[in-house]
Design a protein. Structure first.
Length: 134
């Protein structure tokens, strides 16, 4: 019982950390669209890679050995919403880096913001699930 509680507690802590990192990463990425200097945008994108790698590591840690159907569904939701978020973000990012600012902002409003919200919601749902399991 003690081992189960320890594992659940670690999962809940890691899920909370992931929610915080995802939220910070999303805010940082969205702030790129306020910048006009493409060199600064590129620098900030490079610095965000540390957070992105940490989020990926947490996801891998949390999905390792998951067998319970509800938890599997939640982790799959994170995976699919992240993939879609990255897909739509990359188009807006590329437009921004190419100097097509209005196109980038249009994509941000139409595609990126709603998908970013879905991605963060997926992580929040998983974190809430882990809290309930404790």
């Amino acid at each position: 019982l003690h081992d189960v509680a320890r594992v659940r507690s670690e999962r809940a802590r890691a899920a909370k950390e992931a929610v915080s990192l995802v939220n910070g990463n999303l805010q940082s990425r969205l702030s790129l669209f306020l910048l006009r200097d493409t060199a600064e945008i590129g620098r900030r994108l490079a610095s965000q890679q540390t957070q992105t790698r940490r989020i990926s590591a947490i996801y891998e840690q949390l999905t390792h050995g998951v067998t319970e159907a509800g938890e599997v569904a939640l982790t799959e939701r994170i995976k699919s919403s992240r993939a879609e978020y990255l897909r739509v973000f990359s188009g807006a990012r590329d437009a921004l880096l190419a100097g097509r600012r209005q196109e980038a902002i249009d994509q941000l409003e139409r595609d990126v913001m709603p998908q970013a919200a879905r991605y963060l919601t997926a992580w929040s749902a998983y974190s809430g699930y882990q809290e309930c399991q404790m």
